[in-house]
Design a binder for this molecule. Structure first.
Ligand SMILES: Nc1nc2c(ncn2[C@@H]2O[C@H](COP(=O)(O)OP(=O)(O)O)[C@@H](O)[C@H]2O)c(=O)[nH]1
Ligand SMILES: [Mg+2]
Length: 201
């Protein structure tokens, strides 16, 4: 089964995207398989509302392990199952907590086997200076992604006021990426994301 992996900084909206995108594809509830870096696998059933309450949030690093869901989507006349995997956010700093450092390493090690990388960027944080910098973790993901080809950037939080201006900055900073503006919170832009996922699963 093909696997789409969601990556990005902590708090960019990866978990919100994973859950609302599952809902967009028709899921009313999800079975989430949690895989920690040391190999522990657990599974939990959630309604979507329950999952959003428990797994999303403003506190950094709510997601500390791989969290996968099997989803079904219709491509043409056939139904295809694929795995959508949410990950521990990665940032530049060496995190003081060992389990978060290992969670970040687990995210990075999954990239090689991913069939599609969905890179979530928080548009509200794209400042003027961002366009001229070239050494953020988002740049690292971008360079790896365009080299790998099956790569889509999601400019998230497009519902926020400053986002529209920042979206053009994001396109300037990452000229070779296909970028879709989305609001993970309000399930906006998902039709385009679905079309891209459908080409890769
Ligand atoms: N305004 C807005 N907030 C969002 C959006 N997506 C996520 N958030 C908020 O951003 C915070 C972090 O979201 P989460 O999905 O947990 O981020 P993660 O660390 O990348 O998994 C939460 O408070 C979400 O409600 C969005 O599209 N718009
Ligand atoms: Mg998360």
């Amino acid at each position: 089964m093909r696997e789409c992996v969601i990556i990005g900084r902590p708090n960019s909206g990866k978990t919100m995207f994973a859950l609302n995108f599952s809902g967009y594809l028709g899921a009313k509830s999800v079975d989430v398989t949690f895989r920690t870096y040391d190999g522990l696998v657990t599974c939990r059933h959630f309604s979507l509302e329950e999952a959003k309450r428990e797994l999303c949030g403003l506190g950094l690093h709510k997601t500390r392990s791989l969290q996968s869901m099997i989803l079904r989507m219709t491509v043409g006349k056939t139904a295809v199952n694929f795995k959508l995997t949410d990950t521990c956010g990665v940032s530049e700093q060496i995190h003081p907590e060992e389990n978060i450092r290992k969670g970040m390493a687990q995210t990075i090690s999954l990239l090689r086997s991913a069939d599609l990388i969905l890179h979530v960027v928080d548009l509200s944080l794209i400042s003027k200076d961002f366009v001229y910098s070239n050494c953020s973790i988002d740049h690292e993901f971008y360079h790896y992604g365009i080299f790998k080809k099956s790569y889509l950037m999601l400019g998230n939080k497009y519902d926020l006021n400053t986002a529209k201006e920042n979206f053009s900055r994001l396109s300037t900073a990452f000229p070779k990426a296909a970028i879709i503006p989305v609001s993970a919170l309000h399930s906006q832009g998902f039709r385009e994301v679905k079309a891209c996922v459908a080409r890769n699963v």
